[in-house]
Design a protein around this ligand. Structure first.
Ligand code: 5GP
Length: 191
């Protein structure tokens, strides 16, 4: 997506070779027109795929996921990051390693918001190792639903997540795929 790539080049700040800071347009301040265009692009790609529900992980995935849900006119469910396990029959949890913080959290879903048989699209801001998306896949599967697609705003293609998610059988669509980066340069994959 050309508009997004231009924004990454003009406003993205590589912290090092592994982490890209996007807090001026996604993570802290939000470029809402760009988010709307992102939502429309995901809606266009996944329009005919029979999706019935959108999920995301709090908090940076919420803006692009909300715009996608609006464009597809589908319900949106935000998976929570809890610091500890909750013992409750209606709560599903799985432990996920946080790429940016180096800590662990309990990815949490209330079963009532994910009825059995739903065909689900995950929208998230970044794809790195794929741990967050694998955790989402675990919870959706436990709920008796299917994670059909995974729409990613920015993929760091050199961190292995894409292959892991495709191996789970998901339809992965990334709007910008970074081949490599350092403090001075960001290089995208050819399309
Ligand atoms: P993964 O689980 O695929 O390793 O990492 C995905 C999650 O980590 C994303 O939801 C995002 O919150 C965070 N993340 C991974 N890499 C980056 C990055 O380079 N920049 C920012 N801002 N967040 C990242």
């Amino acid at each position: 997506m050309e508009l997004l790539k231009q924004k990454i080049l003009s406003a993205g700040r590589p912290k090092n070779n592994n982490v890209l800071l996007v807090d001026s347009f996604i993570n802290h301040q939000v470029d809402i027109e760009l988010m709307q265009a992102i939502g429309q692009e995901f809606a266009h790609y996944y329009a005919e795929k029979g999706i019935t529900r959108i999920v995301t992980v709090e908090s940076s995935g919420i803006a692009p996921a909300a715009m996608t849900a609006l464009a597809l006119k589908l319900p949106l469910v935000i998976l929570k990051k809890q610091s500890s396990r909750i013992l409750d029959e209606d709560i599903l949890q799985t432990t996920v390693h946080s790429f940016t913080k180096g800590t662990k959290y309990e990815l949490t879903l209330k079963h009532e918001f994910m009825p059995k048989g739903e065909r689900v699209l995950l929208i998230d801001d970044f794809l790195a190792s794929g741990d967050a998306a694998v955790g989402v896949h675990t919870l959706i599967t436990q709920a008796g639903a299917q994670l059909y697609g995974i729409g990613i705003v920015i993929e760091k293609a050199f961190q292995g997540g894409h292959e892991r998610l495709q191996a789970m059988g998901c339809d992965v669509y990334s709007l910008a795929r970074i081949r490599s980066m350092n403090e001075n340069q960001i290089e995208f994959m050819d399309e």
